[in-house]
Each structure stands twice: as structure tokens, then as C-alpha cells.
Design a protein around this ligand. Structure first.
Ligand SMILES: Cc1cc2nc3c(=O)[nH]c(=O)nc-3n(C[C@H](O)[C@H](O)[C@H](O)COP(=O)(O)OP(=O)(O)OC[C@H]3O[C@@H](n4cnc5c(N)ncnc54)[C@H](O)[C@@H]3O)c2cc1C
Length: 238
């Protein structure tokens, strides 16, 4: 079956950290998705708008939220990077195909959740977090969110606000290359998980970020935390 195409409008666009942008789109009529899925934007070349290619972006908002939210880590010189940082603005028309992907919550038999994200890999995990809480899910959930430096941090207050009032939810932010003045946690997501979570083998793990981090975290989950492969889920941002 062909993947449906939707046209909609950009309703907000701002830089939120070094090389990181968030943008929102009006939810097109008839578009529905599950938390964790992504869409494929039709991205024009900045110098030639008739040259268009697809680029995948996870939906960071939950199905229960009114708009579609996205977060993009800009790769300098990249097609999507230039489109988002130099071209896209509020009011623009945007076309995408979707929803796509299987990075959805498996559900039954997954009693305790562990979300591991680096940088824009937070997108589908924010969607999961908001949606599970919207549905009244009281399972223990820990979200590890790592970026390199202070200047790369974003959404920390927003994530804390989502977790507020939910004793089953804990957010753990870390930097892998902090400055000497950083007082918070340090280290990669999988290492922070080992410091913080004392029931790792009982968790179902959802990992999202760059391919190296995803590989390292999955290896730990499978071979050191002894989590069966059916409970280790991942999305690579290639
Ligand atoms: C399922 C999925 C979901 C994803 N979701 C997200 C998400 O939510 N947020 C997110 O940030 N990313 C996400 N990604 C990654 C995203 O799709 C793009 O791969 C990423 O944004 C880079 O695309 P680009 O068009 O900017 O780079 P490309 O044009 O594809 O370039 C690839 C690389 O080549 C380099 N390059 C290209 N042209 C030049 C040039 N002229 N000069 C110098 N260097 C150059 C770029 O810097 C980049 O490193 C997702 C990927 C997948 C597969």
C-alpha cells in the first residue's frame, strides 16, 4: 500500500541549543500515528527548490497532543540541516509521508521501562513518555538523556515538567563532555543507566540516537544487563 502524503503548515520554529532546532506543524486532517513513529519530509535543496529528497524525522509529540513536534540536530552542510536551519519558518507549507516505523511500545509483558536517548534521539522517547502518562500508565519509567556539552542541552525543563506529579517517572540528564563547572551527571547514557538503575535485567529498553550509541547501548543491554532481545528496541538516526 502506498504511504500517504500530507501537506500542512509550520506553526513554530526556533533554535533551542547549539545546532538543535525544534519546529511544530499543524496536524493534518486524517493523519494519525503511534508514539515512536516517524515521517519522511520532502526536503528541497536550498539552492534549487525543485530538487527534493526524503529525510526521516521522528514525531516528538504524542498522539494525544494537538500539534506535531519535531527536533532536529543540524549536520552542517546536510540537506535537511540547511532546510531546517536556513529556510523553514513559521507559516511555510510542508509536505511529508507517513506515519512510518515500528519503534512503538511493545506493551504486554514489558513491566518496567528504560528509555535511552542522545540529543535528537529524545524525540520518539518524549512521544512515548507523554503518551504513556496520558493513558494513565503507572509502570516505572526512567529516561536517560545525554548530550555532549552544556550548550547542547535542551528540553530539560520541559521533560521535568512532564515527569512532575508522576512518581513512577524519573528523568536523568547527563553530559559526556562537560565543562569543569557542570554539577550534574556525567557519562554516556548506558553508563548512567548502570549508576542509577538497580533492576536493569527487569527493564524493557528503548534506545534512540546515533548509530554508535545505539550499538553500544544495545550490546550492554543484551550481554551485560541480560535483557532478552525481545525487550531491547532501537531506532538508529543514520
Ligand atoms: C527513522 C529515522 C528517524 C530520524 N529522526 C530524526 C530526528 O527526529 N531528528 C534528527 O535530528 N534526525 C533524525 N534522523 C536523521 C535525519 O533523517 C537525517 O539523516 C539527518 O538530519 C541528516 O540529514 P541531512 O539531510 O541534513 O544530511 P545529508 O544531506 O543526508 O548529509 C549526510 C552527511 O553528509 C554531510 N554533508 C552533506 N553535504 C555536505 C556538504 N555540502 N558539505 C559538508 N558536509 C556535507 C552532512 O553534514 C551529513 O553529515 C532520523 C533518521 C532516521 C533513519
Amino acid at each position: 500500500m502506498p504511504i500517504p502524503t500530507y501537506s500542512t503548515r509550520c506553526t513554530g520554529h526556533r533554535q533551542i541549543a547549539h545546532d538543535v532546532y525544534e519546529f511544530t506543524l499543524a496536524k493534518p486532517d486524517g493523519f494519525s500515528f503511534q508514539a515512536g513513529q516517524f515521517v519522511m519530509f520532502q526536503v528541497p535543496l536550498i539552492d534549487n527548490s525543485s530538487d527534493v529528497q526524503g529525510r526521516a524525522f521522528s514525531i516528538a509529540s504524542a498522539p494525544s497532543e494537538s500539534q506535531l513536534l519535531f527536533v532536529a540536530k543540524i549536520k552542517q552542510g546536510g540537506r535537511a540541516g540547511r532546510w531546517i536551519s536556513e529556510m523553514l519558518k513559521e507559516g511555510d507549507d510542508v509536505t511529508f509521508q507517513g506515519p512510518l516505523g515500528n519503534f512503538t511500545l511493545a506493551g504486554q509483558g514489558e513491566e518496567k521501562l528504560l528509555f535511552l536517548a542522545t540529543c535528537s534521539g529524545i524525540a520518539p522517547l518524549r512521544s512515548h513518555l507523554v503518551e504513556t502518562l496520558h493513558q494513565g500508565d503507572a509502570r516505572p519509567m526512567d529516561l536517560m538523556f545525554c548530550v555532549r556539552k552544556e550548550e547542547d542541552l535542551f528540553w530539560t525543563k520541559e521533560l521535568a515538567a512532564i515527569a512532575k506529579g508522576h512518581p513512577n517517572v524519573h528523568i536523568h540528564v547527563s553530559l559526556s563532555q562537560p565543562s569543569s563547572s557542570w554539577k550534574g551527571r556525567t557519562g554516556h547514557v548506558q553508563d548512567v543507566a548502570e549508576q542509577v538503575i538497580n533492576d536493569l535485567p527487569e527493564r524493557s529498553v528503548y534506545v534512540c540516537g546515533g548509530p554508535e550509541m545505539v550499538k553500544a547501548a544495545k550490546e550492554k543491554a543484551l550481554s551485560e544487563w541480560n535483557i532478552p532481545k525481545e525487550r531491547v528496541h532501537s531506532e538508529d538516526y543514520v
